[in-house]
Design a protein around this ligand. Structure first.
Ligand code: NAD
Length: 311
């Protein structure tokens, strides 16, 4: 499998010869990613089933974006696969691979909202949201994974949210799915890196139909989705880091980190709920903190501390 040229030249970050799939690219953020990838030389699969904000219904949103890309001299195809359907996803990936011979970039962006407080939420709405965001991303990534491994090159971007990493009232389904995508990113980073596959996540804030009724007009004006696109494109470029979560919106670009406090070591015999309560302020303090690169690194840290204490 040949990896064609692409990358940074005097013209900046380019995707010439690269093939990209962007899910949910018929509207909002995904549309912007697809247009900019194509403008920078990528051949783009514009995936979208064209449903409403809650995922119901269908339209030709993907075709409209493809027409826009072609109108600007770019190369793209529309695909209406539902990301929750592994067979439709497999057909989309096979089609793109058959057409263009490689798949270098996948942006898992498709999403729906079914907000309600947990007390009022039907489990069906919980399941649907997790299905589209988390399982949808797993389905498409699983389909491109063998291709990227064989190429020894791939860039996968998950779309998480402040709702997942910090929480937002009324979004238990969405928050759970979005936090799950950070977990998926962490593991796929570890499993993909030896094959040149970099896996990152973006946590956008943008004025789209998803946010049109929860933010005021001044805020929406500052939150043009185009301001998120630079973060997404950097995170799927040749020079992308891996296992990075970037927050992007209103012109601010920041990195999100999960850290653990140094914690306290309680000697045997003192490991009681009362001791944990007495030391809770110290346990919770982030004065000394660690950003850990894998679950096993945490295990090493606590076992070393126990070994040091044992002398
Ligand atoms: N807008 C924000 O502020 C914000 C904040 C955090 C995260 N996000 C995330 O960014 C992504 C894009 O959101 P947006 O704001 O552009 O919303 P949007 O509704 O404009 O776009 C989402 C697109 O996904 C498509 N889609 C939904 N279900 C699909 C399915 N099963 N298969 C294929 N396509 C499907 C929709 O048809 C739609 O075109 C989502 O994952 C969303 O959760 C957005």
């Amino acid at each position: 499998m040949s990896i064609q040229s692409g990358g940074i030249g005097p013209d900046g970050i380019r995707f010439d010869g690269r093939v990209a799939i962007v899910t949910g690219a018929g509207n909002g953020l995904g549309r912007g990613y697809a247009l900019e990838l194509a403008a920078r030389g990528a051949k783009v699969v514009v995936n979208d089933l064209g449903g409403g904000r809650d995922g119901r219904g269908a339209s030709d949103a993907a075709e409209t974006v493809v027409a826009e890309i072609r109108g600007r001299g770019g190369e793209a195809v529309a695909d209406g696969a539902n990301v929750t359907d592994p067979a439709q996803v497999a057909a989309m990936v096979e089609r793109a691979h058959g057409l263009w011979g490689c798949i270098d970039v996948l942006i898992n962006n498709a999403g729906i909202l079914r907000d309600k407080s947990f007390a009022k939420m039907e489990l069906e709405d919980f399941r649907s949201v997790v299905d589209v965001h988390l399982l949808g991303a797993a389905n498409v990534t699983h389909a491109v994974w063998p291709i990227m491994r064989a190429q020894n090159y791939g860039r996968v971007l998950m779309t998480t949210s402040t709702s997942g990493v910090y929480g937002n009232f009324g979004q238990s389904n969405y928050g759970a799915a979005k936090a799950g995508l950070v977990g998926l990113m962490n593991v796929l980073h570890l499993e993909g890196i030896r094959n040149g596959i970099h896996v990152n996540a973006v946590a956008p804030t943008a004025a789209t139909r998803m946010t049109s009724d929860i933010l005021d007009e001044t805020a929406l004006a500052r939150l043009n989705p185009d301001f998120v696109t630079p973060a997404a494109l950097f995170l799927v470029s040749e020079q992308a880091p891996s296992r990075t979560v970037m927050l992007a919106g209103a012109g601010t670009y920041a990195r999100l980190a999960i850290v653990e406090s140094d914690g306290v070591f309680l000697p045997e015999g003192e490991r009681t709920p009362e001791a944990v309560a007495a030391r809770f302020a110290e346990i919770a303090s982030l004065d000394r903190q660690h950003e850990i690169d894998a679950g096993l690194t945490h295990v090493d840290r606590i076992l070393k501390r126990a070994a040091d204490a044992a002398g």
